[in-house]
Design a protein around this ligand. Sequence first.
Ligand code: SIN
Length: 283
Amino acid sequence: MENAVRRTYRHIEVRPIAGALGAEIHGVEIARPLDGAVVSEIRQAFLDHLVLFFRNQTLTPQEQLAFAQRFGQPMEYPQLKGLPECPLITPVIKREHERVNFGGVWHSDTTYLERPPMASMLYAVEIPPYGGDTLFANQYLAYETLSEGLKKTLAGLVGINSSTKADASKTREDRLRDTGAELKVLVGEHPVVRTHPETGRKALYVNGGHTTQFKGWTERESRPLLDDLFEHQVRPEFTCRFRWEPGSLAFWDNRCTQHNPVNDYHGFRRVMHRVTLAGETPY
Ligand code: SIN
């Protein structure tokens, strides 16, 4: 199961970490002002590999934001408050005594918005001594490996995505409690198969975290097909796994991937800083 594109880069070094998606980028110091040519190559690698990883970076919230702005328009995360000194950076934290990790289910970010984010960037500030890796899955491959019959069935379907689906919303309870905020009820309707606006490739665009049913179908009617798709779209051969270190940064494309942070580090703190980049209405 190969997605990795072989391309020659002049300004960055691109090292794929798995057959399906994911590449480490070397030769870039994110905190420094970057040449347009370097940014263009990073953008190309992002489209080719779907999720990029940078290691050994030292970034203030402002520097992370400045890097993100080279690729899109940062937006506020709808459910949580950002850092007081930099509101467009959302802290993603699990404390020593907590049992649930933020976003700890397979999902694409906030698909319950009318215009879900195109990408997210997560910077590792504090990492547990073991565990806390993040898994990613390639949704082009998930779509392309379906039978022609199922592709036809899915072609006209719209998915209903909700911010209140229980498995995902319970992963945000600790952080909402911190700020006394209420969970906002948000619902987004999107094609089950979307076309990536930059690559033109089709990707499966339902996810276990937020998609509750097909439009015009009941939840009960939707469940068997949705459950089958949720299982298919994260088959091991569609995935990669990233082992974080302090100073790592991941930059993923929400239009054609899903991710799932592994909750296997109880008793330790994990602190990340996240920027979300605005996206377009899926079609
Ligand atoms: C998220 O879904 O933004 C969290 C990902 C992670 O903590 O690795």
